[in-house]
Design a binder for this molecule. Structure first.
Ligand SMILES: NC(=O)c1ccc[n+]([C@@H]2O[C@H](COP(=O)([O-])OP(=O)(O)OC[C@H]3O[C@@H](n4cnc5c(N)ncnc54)[C@H](O)[C@@H]3O)[C@@H](O)[C@H]2O)c1
Length: 383
């Protein structure tokens, strides 16, 4: 079958996200399935060029996956007209500069979140991309998780009645790096390197809340650095200058209250690493990465508060599991496919830079709320 080749520069491919989720689980998986059907009957075929700082690592990854194109020279890759798309999964602090250069070179751009470290810089990127007329998108992978897809299905069906509140619990223990290696890169714990859980997670919470429930109108946050000292990849002790826990209250349009705890200093006593409980007048749901459980008003028991008696009910057993009813592919891959169709066939792609800007805006507002000890309203942003 005829191929429509599309040249993609992948920057940051030696990293956790760049390698596993974007290269292996998305783009190589699209190639393994024979490309992606285009509207003209051909197959969209990603041609990949790996970009990074370490040539040996790039060569090793390329060889492992039968790829031949890689370089440490981003400018040369951007100057090459056979590349139509620039993708960025570098550390956050390096992103803005690289995306600016890619826009200047006229590439369509897809990027990991957050779009940039600050609101001013990310809005500037959105404006530059619009002025240049390049297509653009930001990763919003959580929307494509099976658990959240089922939650969205419930919202769309009217299951909840009037939605009252959302309570999210995200996190797990990230080892300090001394007596056991840390399972996340050390830059995440240094503010000067673009780290911090607020900057990392509030962009996710923004699109989850906005796209499943309603736009965020205000935030009140408290942040903390619970573990002040950690040990990095080379065994050096460093000061954790970034926040490792963020406790946020988000007000949503229509009167919904959302409260989400994000922490890398919490031990998991939950079914999944992130869970959202949604309570509505007609029913409630608890959704994780994969599963979603519900309790309808007609099946709601009537607990009576009496601390003198042992618990007699198994509350968890009173919930019903929402069936899959469809196949769920890897969320990163699903969004890549949508972006490729957007570039090749002009299909709609709502997760654009402006959506990414709103995510960064919420992170910045959360940090300001914590710093100034007050509620911060979210102003509408336009290009
Ligand atoms: N969508 C998600 O769920 C999700 C999850 C984790 C991380 N992320 C985002 O993905 C990006 C990468 O995160 P990661 O966890 O893969 O990080 P990582 O440290 O594993 O990878 C970072 C990559 O950036 C490269 N890099 C370029 N310049 C660098 C520099 N000056 N210092 C260090 N590394 C440099 C590294 O070589 C590597 O390829 C971040 O922006 C992060 O916010 C998204």
């Amino acid at each position: 079958m005829e191929r429509t080749s599309i040249g993609i520069i992948l920057n940051g491919v030696t990293g956790r996200m760049g390698y596993r989720q974007h290269l292996v689980r998305s783009l190589l998986a699209i190639r393994e399935q024979g490309g992606l059907p285009a509207r003209d009957g051909s197959r969209i075929w990603p041609e990949l060029t790996l970009v990074g700082r370490n040539e040996a690592k790039l060569a090793e990854i390329a060889a492992r996956h039968g790829l031949t194109s890689y370089t440490t020279d981003l400018d040369a890759a951007l100057a090459d007209d056979s590349h139509q798309i620039y993708f960025d999964a570098q550390v956050t602090a390096q992103r803005e500069k690289a995306i600016r250069a890619a826009i200047e070179a006229g590439k369509h751009i897809y990027t990991e979140k957050p779009l940039a470290e600050g609101l001013t810089g990310s809005l500037e990127l959105a404006r530059l991309a619009a002025a240049k007329g390049v297509k653009n998108g930001v990763v919003q992978d959580k929307l494509f998780l099976p658990g959240l897809r089922k939650l969205k299905r419930l919202v769309d069906s009217g299951f909840f009645g009037r939605i009252l509140s959302v309570r999210g619990e995200f996190g797990y223990w990230v080892f300090e790096g001394d007596w056991q290696d840390a399972q996340r890169p050390s830059w995440n714990y240094r503010a000067e390197d673009g780290g911090g859980i607020t900057v990392d997670m509030f962009p996710h919470w923004h699109y989850v809340l906005e796209q499943i429930f309603a736009p965020v109108t205000a935030v009140t946050a408290h942040i903390a650095t619970h573990i002040p000292e950690r040990v990095d990849e080379t065994g050096q002790t460093y000061r954790a200058t970034a926040d490792d826990a963020a406790y946020g209250i988000f007000e949503l349009a229509g009167g919904i209250t959302a409260q989400i705890n994000s922490s890398w200093a919490v031990r998991v006593y939950r079914d999944e690493l992130v869970e959202f409980q949604v309570d509505g007048t007609h029913g409630s749901a608890v959704a994780g990465l994969r599963e979603c459980r519900i309790q309808h008003r007609g099946a709601t028991p009537m607990p009576v508060w009496n601390p003198d008696l042992p618990v007699t009910e198994n509350f968890r057993a009173q919930w019903q599991t929402v069936p899959d009813n469809e196949d769920f592919d890897n969320g990163f891959k699903v969004q890549w496919e949508a972006f490729l169709r957007h570039v090749v066939d002009g299909e709609p792609f709502p997760w654009d830079f402006l959506a990414g800007v709103r995510g960064v805006q919420l992170a910045e507002a959360g940090l300001r709320s914590a710093r100034e000890g007050r509620r911060v309203e979210i102003e509408e942003i336009r290009l």
